[in-house]
Write a protein that binds this ligand. Sequence first.
Ligand code: ZN
Ligand code: ZN
Ligand code: FE
Length: 764
Amino acid sequence: MRKVTSGRKIKITGIVQGVGFRPFVYSMAQKYHLKGWVLNSSQGVEIEVSGLMEDIENFVSQVKSQPPPLARIDFLETEEIQPNHYKKFSILNSKPQAGEFVPISPDVSICKDCTRELFDPEDRRYRYPFINCTNCGPRFTIIRDIPYDRPFTTMSEFTMCNTCQNEYNDPLDRRFHAQPIACPECGPHLSFIGEKGKEFHKSDALREARAWLRSGKIVAIKGLGGYHLACDAANHAAVQELRKRKQRSQKPFASMAFDISTIDKHCFVDESEETLLLSRQRPIVLLHTRPTSTLSPLIAPNQNHLGMMLPYTPMHLLLMEPEEGYPEVLVMTSGNLSEEPIAYEDKEALERLSGIADGFLIHNRSIHMRTDDTVARIIYNTPYILRRSRGYAPDPLPLSFEPPSLLAVGTELKNTFTLSRNRYAFISHHIGDMENYETLRSFETGIQHYENIFKIKPEVIARDLHPDYLASKYAIKRAAEENIPIVNVQHHHAHLAACLCDNGWKMDEKKAIGIIFDGTGLGTDKTIWGGEILYGNYAGFERKHHLQTMPLPGGDAAIRNPARTSLAYLWQLGIDWGEDISSVKRLDLNERSLLEKQLQGRINTIETSSMGRLFDVVSSLLNICHETSYEGQAAIELENIAAPDEHDNYTIPIKDQILDIAPLMHSILKEAKSGVKVAAISARFHNSIVQAIVQACIQIRAETGCSEVALSGGVWQNVYLLNKTIKMLTENDFTVLRHRGVPPNDGGVSLGQLAVAAAMLITR
Ligand code: ZN
Ligand code: ZN
Ligand code: FE
């Protein structure tokens, strides 16, 4: 049979730029003797090839099935064309097009090849802290503008040496078009600033930083997405000093160790946890602490977990390199004062952190976008993201529907925002708690940056019902200025929608049950919701059941004060403030009488059905935590103490719409008085919630036939509750939808707001 020459045009969209896609296409074209070209267009990658029909078929199928490790193909279109007369296959220059966009790769942890070269004395980049290649290195944090080319990154300040330039130009080199390519001759360098501003450079800087850490000092370290504060994790005095200077009394610190076997000395690490620790995102993974761990208990007070991560840049590898007498594990907590965003600009960092750090390990590659470390854990052998940031952002979530261009501004705590374009939701990196000017500024510049690099002009803005949140205020102001519509989305409806989106729910798909357990969110009836059992989809919801409403004295301030909240709950339920109740003892007689007056007159109190607050109350009743210094502390400590093998529970009757907590509270007090172990009571309390969920779901299923249950809201960070709920619901033939790509907490709310707004616009 005669061989037929033919031609093909191929268009690919997805994460195909800055990930070695063109050299890969080049080598595949060589393999199949095809002529033509490949280029980066604004939509992705375009290819034209000519050759034998059979070779073209093989070429296309291999491009599809074996793309480079960092690439993700979302759509691939091919078109039959007349064969061309190119002499060879070539890589053409990028072809930017106004208004178009391509997804941008998140930062990628150092790859195996680069790690090998880093420690190879024969390599020209031996011990060079900024080694990277086409498959690894900084991306999102250094990108100023698109297309992703060196002049539009913070690497534009460095002129490549001839050797780097040759590697950059050679399609067969593993650094072909690696935009952050650098070497000791032409790239960025480390500096250390120590006592009285004395400076050290390059390897001296690293040596000095290590010496300071070894001697128990606190060093601020400039990394990939911002500054960390580091100290020896086994040095109790150093950790204590860091807590004092950072004004962070209890909130856990994350740590870094050189390798898995070091982490394994201090924490239990199973196979899926190891895979997640080693993944190219290298998140902080929450792991069960071994009782034999020698690290300071002040790293995570009253917790049975430690947040651990592995080095993700060459600099971190050099910093953590094992040596006799050198710390095996370093605390690596974000470089900020409590509640401020992570520092990332050098001048700013030196100013802001000078009261905390003894010395500074810095470098001269600028960070354009700050990103915190991502935090995740493993649930039923799969990742469960609690803070989505470095390594994940700005990877878009492909949607199962196509919204117009939208901006959803998120909520007050753990803020993220989300923008949509085509079938993508661009969920921002973690912005933080919107409580101060610094965070607001980083929220605003973040939105600007995303809109610019992804060329999105929102047609509609979605916000929380609460008009006083800083994010809501931004939305209201901007919608007015640009004269575009604004959609107000109820907080827990957004949680439900986020969870559905996270599970690929389509726009016209049926309703699901939403168990939305949370701290705070404004309800449609002006009370504060948070213990909600909803039934709905993107387009709308019904509030089927909710936790009994209770008075919260002092509003938001009560959140830091579980003891006061617990007294308010007892008062509302008509339970005496007996001296034998541990939370009662926390308030003196004067405070109690003031509180009573406040409750009687309903002065400065708000009504809440919050599940988060119920956990606070129980935590205080059991003498576990009476005052919190970070969000969720009382609940976390209550969870940590719960006996894993306890199966008993109390009852939570469902009366009409209400989950009645009176019998539960009576039982807890009775058992606490009669000396039942706190571990058992905590477990039984958790089990009671699980029971109530299953009971409510069975009722709703009987009524509606629905057996899909979505779990969302901050309370679902509680793994004891999550594991048992998933198990019980599954045993009762429910399909459980739990979060996968976005956090169950308020970090996921912006995605939900976006989906709800999209439903309003699409179905209108
Ligand atoms: Zn590499
Ligand atoms: Zn160079
Ligand atoms: Fe929430």
